[in-house]
Design a protein around this ligand. Structure first.
Ligand SMILES: [Ca+2]
Length: 450
């Protein structure tokens, strides 16, 4: 998912916690300073979960947050989704990749490493982080800034292990990797995933409808995101989140832009979350980037956007229940989802190369009105004529075959805030549309997808 933009990521995330959440998370030990608990409760009182839909979006309008060209970062391939190409800014991991991650670290304590190169997780010199000066300094800083007990933080970090496969997975796709929308799409729109999606939708139809009423986000979008992210909980990742975040915080690999500051903030937030949940930091599994649960939220997003949608006093994103639905819908709503607006319209791009290039220049950012598009030579269906917002011409490459095109609305852009990739967004949208079709069939007919 897109993620909170890097510039906005530093936060403690408490503002979105409900009073119930905060109370439920109040530690039973002395790991957290009393003033922090009071601060959480005080802040939560004025930002209760029930008010979430009335809060201003936590991000600037779409046009002000153009991060990167999605088509530059999106390089879908069988082992890596676009999400991973800039995981530092997303609460998600690439779909599929996490399921393959099976760390087999054999750690040896006591060695110090100051730089990381990619190596196998089974390398004998994999290290624990507990004795490194920079890690101890980080522990002291986090304890001071986040109101955590320093000895507890040090003890948690002492168990973190460098994971070479994490450092390898975070690297961008090799240059020249062919983008192939048709192949990427086929990975997600396949019978087993559709069957799992229908089953989950049926089991949670009431909560999905409630989320649509509250946030304006339709069931197919929520079901599409969860399906692409984790195959409905089947691929949530096998890395210890503590190891992942420590590796990317303290030994971010060279060879790509350094996102270690982002991961240090995520690690600090994760430690706060563990303290509030009264659980050990090495007890949670997630993706190679540290994303957890069915919707693959990074810790910062977990604290900021997750909601207790079933009102049981806890936020649970790991068992596929209603909290997953409320949290995904809340995330999209806060990033500007517009009720009753389709994410895409069909479009035929201009034949003129110059006109086409002009429409493609802003990439995923909605920039052109229907009239602008039409004047440039693009053909839009009648259903788009009443759309008063801006559109983006989205090009999806198909290897050596001709590209596919859609006209993306503001809501298409919002889906890319979950994961900065037009390929990802389109896979979510198409999977959701396919699920919606399946749900419209009679129950007996639905068995056809199984
Ligand atoms: Ca709950």
């Amino acid at each position: 998912m897109t993620r909170p933009l890097p510039a906005r990521t530093p936060h403690s995330g408490f503002l979105s916690l409900s009073v119930d959440d905060a109370r439920a998370r109040r530690p039973t030990t002395t790991r957290i300073a009393p003033w922090l608990v009071q601060a959480v409760l005080a802040m939560s009182t004025s930002h209760a979960w029930s008010q979430a839909t009335t809060l201003e979006p936590v991000v600037a309008p779409a046009t002000a947050q153009v991060p990167t060209r999605s088509t530059d970062v999106a390089a879908p391939r069988s082992s890596e989704s676009p999400a991973s190409t800039d995981a530092a800014t997303s609460p998600t991991a690439r779909p599929g990749a996490n399921a393959k991650a099976k760390p087999k670290a054999t750690a040896t304590a006591g060695k110090k490493r100051k730089s990381a190169s990619v190596r196998d997780d089974t390398a004998p010199d994999s290290v624990l982080y507990g004795r490194r000066d920079d890690v101890l300094a980080f522990a002291a800083q986090v304890a001071s800034e986040r109101g955590l007990d320093r000895a507890w933080v040090e003890a948690q970090l002492a168990g973190a292990r460098y994971q070479p496969s994490v450092a390898k997975a975070i690297m961008p796709a090799p240059a020249g990797t062919a983008k192939n929308w048709a192949a990427y799409r086929a990975r997600f729109l396949e019978p087993k995933r559709l069957a799992a999606g229908v089953q989950w939708w049926q089991a949670h139809a009431e909560a999905l409808a409630e989320a649509q009423a509250r946030y304006g986000v339709p069931p197919e979008l929520v079901a599409g995101i969860v399906g692409v992210e984790t195959f409905y909980g089947r691929m949530m990742g096998h890395y210890r989140v503590l190891d992942t975040l420590a590796t990317l915080s303290f030994d971010f690999p060279t060879g790509r832009s350094d996102r270690s500051a982002f991961y240090r903030n995520e690690l600090a937030t994760y430690l706060v979350w563990c303290a509030l949940e009264n659980r050990d930091a090495d007890s949670v599994l997630g993706s190679f980037a540290g994303a957890v649960g069915w919707p693959q939220f990074m810790p910062g997003s977990l604290m900021k956007y997750a909601v207790d949608f079933d009102h049981d006093g806890h936020v649970d994103l790991s068992s596929g229940g209603d909290d997953v639905i409320g949290s995904v819908a809340n995330y999209l709503a806060l990033f500007g989802w517009q009720r009753d607006v389709p994410p895409t319209f069909a479009v035929t791009p201009p034949n003129d190369p110059q006109a086409r290039a002009t429409l493609l220049a802003p990439d995923i950012v909605p920039t052109f009105t229907v009239a602008d598009m039409t004047a440039a030579g693009a053909a839009l269906p009648d259903t788009a004529r009443g759309y008063a917002g801006k559109l983006a011409l989205i090009e999806l490459q198909n290897g050596d075959a001709p590209p596919s095109y859609v006209a993306g609305t503001q809501n298409f852009y919002v889906v890319t805030r979950y994961n900065w990739s037009s390929y990802y967004a389109m896979a979510v949208i198409d999977l959701g549309a396919a699920l919606k079709r399946e749900m419209s069939f009679a129950p007996a007919a639905r068995t056809a997808v199984q």
